[in-house]
Design a protein around this ligand. Structure first.
Ligand SMILES: Cc1ncc(COP(=O)(O)O)c(C=O)c1O
Length: 372
């Protein structure tokens, strides 16, 4: 990689197995979005996630857009979205001229707060998008109960939470539809790519048609709807299938890394917690610094880490602060996590010495900035 980092944020864990499958796809000549690896990857992913249907697509954002569109969310419909997230779920609603209604997070586990969801419901509300942030599941029982009471759909954004579980159930299989990203820094990757999973046959069919220009599979070149080309290629699916075959090891390694960081890092920084009902996959090991580290000092720690060859990353900005998503409501928890939070490197290659080294540098720099 063209930078001076000794420890990168989240390098992909790809190797000879991925190359073998990728070459097989290449040699077959099926390099676009037809080919055996597409169906093999979709079937294997549905099996892994525990749903009946799985539709591959071009990235996590198109997965969310397909879900929103297929659920019939449109002009003026309100969809409740957490204030602390990467922007894709809010954008997916805006693509359909819907209105993302932001709700604060629960400060304990950083996902959307069911109480704030309840307060946000109006007669225009159609759906809730939960984001399983940094690998920690949202409180799905409470969200589903609210959705049931008000007749709302639930979309799970699992871009950061492949294989995380809520009360033993895989995220993505609990709501009406689950959306995944396979961007290069995700737990499993296809370079760019995404997946939509559901147990609803009709919904899966609508998503499949919309992904493929709105054409009917049973009638070639007949457009039933205005769709998109949001397809994944066979080459990407080959990489994805190889990745999926070792997903459990990848998750275990991330959980081990998070545990080791929390052992070695002083108590000035607290790892994202894991609620008793959750299994956090720690997509990025993310820490909250103590309250003296508001944005400025937090960013100083990050620049000093970079000078020591350790890449780090701030938590997302609260959506409501940015022009497309402005909201008048207060989001104290989202602000707190956003401006005190920082993620440290994670890699399948890390051993205990790597974690100890990064942690020691981090502890030292925290103390240094605190004294300034
Ligand atoms: C929570 C969340 N949702 C959606 C996405 C979008 O995924 P993609 O970059 O594959 O479009 C991301 C991306 O990284 C994400 O973190």
């Amino acid at each position: 990689m063209a930078d001076n980092f000794r420890y990168h944020m989240a390098e992909p864990d790809i190797g000879s197995h991925e190359r073998t499958y990728m070459n097989e796809a290449f040699d077959s000549g099926w390099i676009s979005s037809k080919g055996l690896f597409i169906s093999r990857f979709e079937e294997a992913f549905a099996k892994f996630a525990g749903t009946k249907y799985s539709v591959s697509c071009s990235n996590g954002t198109t997965a969310l857009h397909l879900a929103v569109r297929a659920l019939g969310i449109g002009d003026g419909d309100e969809v409740i979205v957490p204030d602390l997230t990467f922007a894709s779920p809010a954008n997916a609603v805006l693509y359909e001229k819907g209105k993302p209604v932001l709700a604060d997070i629960d400060r304990k586990y950083w996902c959307i707060d069911p109480e704030r969801v309840r307060e946000s419901i109006t007669e225009r509300t159609k759906a809730i998008i939960v984001v399983h942030l940094y690998g920690h599941p949202a409180d799905m029982d409470q969200i589903k109960e609210i959705a049931r009471e008000h007749g709302l759909k639930v979309i799970e954004d699992c871009a950061e939470a492949h294989g995380a579980t809520y009360k033993g159930k895989m995220v993505g299989s609990i709501g009406d539809v689950g959306c995944f990203s396979f961007y290069g820094n995700k737990i499993i990757t296809t370079g760019e790519g995404g997946m939509v999973i559901t147990n609803d046959y009709d919904l899966a069919e609508r998503i499949r048609i919309l992904r493929d220009h709105g054409m009917l599979p049973s009638r070639r070149y007949w457009h039933e709807d205005v769709g998109y080309n949001y397809r994944m290629t066979n080459i990407q699916a080959a990489i994805g299938l190889a990745q999926l075959e070792s997903i459990r090891e990848k998750i275990e390694k991330r959980r081990w890394i998070a545990k080791k960081y929390s052992e070695y890092i002083d108590n000035v920084a607290e790892l994202q917690p894991e609620m008793p009902w959750a299994s956090n996959v720690y997509w990025l090991p993310t820490f909250i610094l103590d309250s003296s580290f508001w944005e400025g000092p937090r960013d100083s720690v990050m620049s000093l880490l970079a000078k020591e060859g350790v890449e780090s990353r701030p938590v997302f900005y609260p959506l409501n602060e940015m022009p497309p998503y402005v909201s008048e409501k207060a989001f104290p928890n989202s602000y707190y996590v956003s401006y005190h939070g920082l993620s440290l490197p994670v890699s399948s290659k890390f051993n205990e010495d790597d974690i100890r080294t990064i942690s020691e540098i981090f502890n030292l720099l925290i103390r240094k900035v605190k004294q300034q």
